[in-house]
Design a protein around this ligand. Structure first.
Ligand code: NAD
Length: 264
């Protein structure tokens, strides 16, 4: 199928480099005809993002730190001036102090708990509200979550609590914005080696475990997340909202170690 997003304009948030999940989604959207704008966090990332997005014929880059209301306002003011309206937003943003992505969850500090919730959860609500104001004919909002929201995963700690809250936010925002034709969904991605993931303790072990024990007996790619995102962002999913789609090689249905999995 071609041109699934032809004539649509979308904002992609959370592109750090070519390993980012946001990049897998951006490539899939551009391939299907979407016109894309990107937000990035800070000058260090600007240098990486600029040449990347040029390869998919985009040159709209706007700085945005989602821990700042003013920065989010400025992002949407710029988009309003450039485009007037918006069809979709991808929120691929999460952050926690990596010194607390190891050890015990119970030792999480109040400051890091609040920061993690602010950046990884509240920002999706704040962005959804601003994006909805630019979607008079409806639209689609998408965020990224992880299985650590549903079950305890080693070292995921406060991010697990944040992802649970994010998944519940998706449901509440879907109810709030559904009457305006705006759909709100999440993808729960299996582990992928990215900058953010490298902060999680023993991440290689988690990837290996997933590979050996998921029904597909492998890990997933950012391109596979991109394809599922395309479904949720396009009219193919016109009847789908408040949903969390697992793109994890089926790992979430498994109850125990596979009989053929070797010890690691
Ligand atoms: P990544 O490091 O490529 O992307 C994370 C992005 O968050 C970066 O672009 C970073 O700049 C941005 N960010 C952090 N704090 C920010 C702030 N204050 N303001 C604006 N942007 C900020 O890593 P990724 O793995 O592609 O992460 C994207 C999303 O996918 C995250 O929500 C992550 O939790 C989720 N996820 C990742 C995996 C995985 O295994 N990699 C699995 C499931 C879900």
């Amino acid at each position: 199928m071609n041109g699934l997003l032809a004539g649509k304009r979308g904002l992609i948030m959370g592109l750090a480099n070519d390993k980012s999940i946001a990049w897998g989604i951006a490539k899939a959207c551009a391939d299907q005809g979407a016109e894309l704008a990107f937000s990035y966090q800070g000058d260090a990332l600007k240098k990486r993002v600029e040449p990347l997005i040029a390869t998919i014929n985009s040159d709209i880059m706007i700085e945005c730190d989602v821990s700042s209301e003013e920065s989010m306002d400025a992002l949407f003011e710029t988009l309003q001036q450039k485009w007037g309206k918006l069809d979709f937003v991808v929120h691929a943003i999460g952050f926690s102090d990596k010194s607390e992505l190891r050890g015990r969850y119970v030792d999480t500090s109040a400051a890091n708990f609040r920061m993690t919730m602010d950046i990884s959860v509240y920002s999706f609500t704040a962005i959804s509200r601003r994006a909805a104001a630019m979607m008079p004919e409806g639209g689609s909002l998408l965020t990224l979550t992880y299985y650590g929201a549903e079950k305890v995963m080693p070292h995921y700690n406060v991010m697990g609590i944040a992802k649970s809250a994010l998944e519940t936010s998706v449901k509440y925002i879907a109810e709030d914005l559904g009457r305006d034709g705006i759909r709100v969904n999440a993808i729960s991605a299996g582990p992928i080696k990215t900058l953010a993931a490298s902060g999680i303790g023993d991440f290689r072990y988690i990837m290996k475990w997933n590979e050996l024990n998921s029904p597909l007996r492998r890990n997933i790619t950012q391109e596979e997340v991109g394809k599922s995102a395309l479904y949720l962002l396009s009219d193919l999913a016109s009847g789908v909202t408040g949903e969390c789609v697992h793109v994890d090689a089926g790992y979430h249905v498994v109850g125990m170690k596979a009989v053929d999995a070797p010890d690691i």
